[in-house]
Structure formats: structure tokens, C-alpha cells
Design a protein around this ligand. Sequence first.
Ligand code: NCD
Length: 314
Amino acid sequence: MKSLKHLFGIADLDREQIEYLVNLGDSFIDINRRSLKKAPTLRGKTVINLFFENSTRTRTSFEIAGKRLSADVINISASTSATKKGESLLDTGQTLAAMQPHVLVIRHSISGTCEFLAEHLENTAIVNAGDGAHEHPTQILTDLLTLKQAWGTPEGKTITMVGDIAHSRVARSHLLAAKKLGYKMRIVAPRTLLPAEVERYGCEVYHDFDEALPGSDAVYMLRVQSERLTDSCAFPSIREYHEAYGLNSQRLKKAGDDCLVLHPGPMNRGVEIATDVADSVKSHILAQVEHGVAIRMAVLAALCGGDGGDDGKE
Ligand code: NCD
């Protein structure tokens, strides 16, 4: 398998690498469930989490993942970093890289931040924890681990993704993964929340949620990314959005008994998802959160050579 130097996006991974990371994540689930939650895999390695956007799940799970594997983990959020004093992103990146961490995990509102920094920083592996509306690779690997647990393989299954596709890095990364792994994506959104030429990803596009549900093996709900919405008229009101694009248990019946419900979080209950679905047995949303830790352990281990490979760095 091609070794990993950085993790920028699903676009850069081939099927073998995706399956390798999902399987490695699978093997780490157990460490996270034990009473002694520690393995020496990344002893002596340093991971810096640099978050310029809000995050609960992703930031915490990267921190826990590093600590489970005995890495030294440092967390920096934009509100406490020197960027608030006018330092450029590049200067912040070079400053942190000068402290010789093995991995820099970055979340930023600008697409391409990770690739940009990687061009300028030597000897530091960079992981994209979400860049603008571009990619969010570890979320997709997390979802694939959740689907592996439920189905064995996603191949041939149909995932119906609903909501703000235009501003969602989760949607974009899933559309790329679907092509590589052979699952089908149905996209459901109002025209105002659809990216231009979305069909080029090979997905089916619906504007009527109820029409898309029959034959769906999973329904994946997305939050409206209000922080990225420049047009406040994307839909008339929350009530109307919920009526047309919200998932409740009544609507879910149209998808058949075995349909799973997924959401990357944070959920906006009463907007894209009703409480009766979010808390139902069909919801795998908390399983996604748990698997997020295992996948981030896998990604850190693969980048630091703690997966049995060699990162070429002592
Ligand atoms: C997603 C993100 O940040 O892109 N959340 C996450 O990482 N779990 C989706 C979202 O913010 O709605």
C-alpha cells in the first residue's frame, strides 16, 4: 500500500488506503472501551491540534486518540493563538513546526489550508480536520467504520444525504469516497443548498425528500452550515425547512425497516432532525462519535509509523 505522508482529503486516498485506515480503526475500538485505555504505540510522538473553527467531536476525539496511544498532545484554538495578535497562518504554522511535532492537525475555514501549509513545513505530517466546504476525511473514515460495523461493506448500498450539501465538506468527501468504494449517494436538498454541477460526482439528485427515501439503506442528515451561508434566503423559515427536509420517525418509515440514520453532529434538533429519530434505535449517531476516536487513532498511528510501518523519523 502507498504510505501516507499527510491526510488532506479523501481525494488523495485510493480504495486500499481507505480500507486500511478503516480496518486499523476497527482494531482500535477495543482500546477505547477497556478500563485501562492506553497503548504505547505513539510514545515519544507529539501531536498538535490547531483549530481555527469551533469543534466538539473532532477536536476532542483527536485529543483522546493521541492520548490513548501515549502521544504528547497539545491543543491550540484560534481564540487563544497568536493569530489574534495579527500573526499570519504561515507564521503560526512555521512556529509550531519549529517545535518539532510529528503531526499537526488543522481545522480552518479556508479550503486548501492544509496543502498550503504542507508546502512550507518540512518534517511535519498534516491532517485535515475540516477545511472550509472542501474536505473532512476523518469524518468519512469514521462513517465508513460505522457502516462496516453495521453492514460489513458499504459496496452496493445507497446512502441518502439530506440538507446543506453546498456548504458541507462532509458531503463532498462522501461523494468522493462513494465512487472509490462503490456505494451510491442520493443527494436531497433545496436548489439553494446544492452545489453547481453536483451530478458530476455520479450521484442522484432529489428535491423531494419523500421520493428519495424508498430504497435507501442509510439516511445521512446534515446541519445547515449557517456560518458559511452568505444568502440568508436559502429557505423561507426553519419550520418550512423542517417540513420539507427534516427527518422524523413518520417520514423514516418510507425508507424501510433496516434503514440507518447518521449525522456528523452537531445536530440541530427540530431543524434537520426530530428528537424521535435522533434518539431512536435506528440512530447510529453516537456510534459515529465513538468510532471517531478509533479512526483518529488509526490516522495518527499510520502517519507516525505506529501501525507497524516506518515514518522514517525517530
Ligand atoms: C461537521 C463539520 O465540522 O464539518 N462536524 C463534525 O466535524 N463532526 C459538520 C457540521 O459542522 O455540521
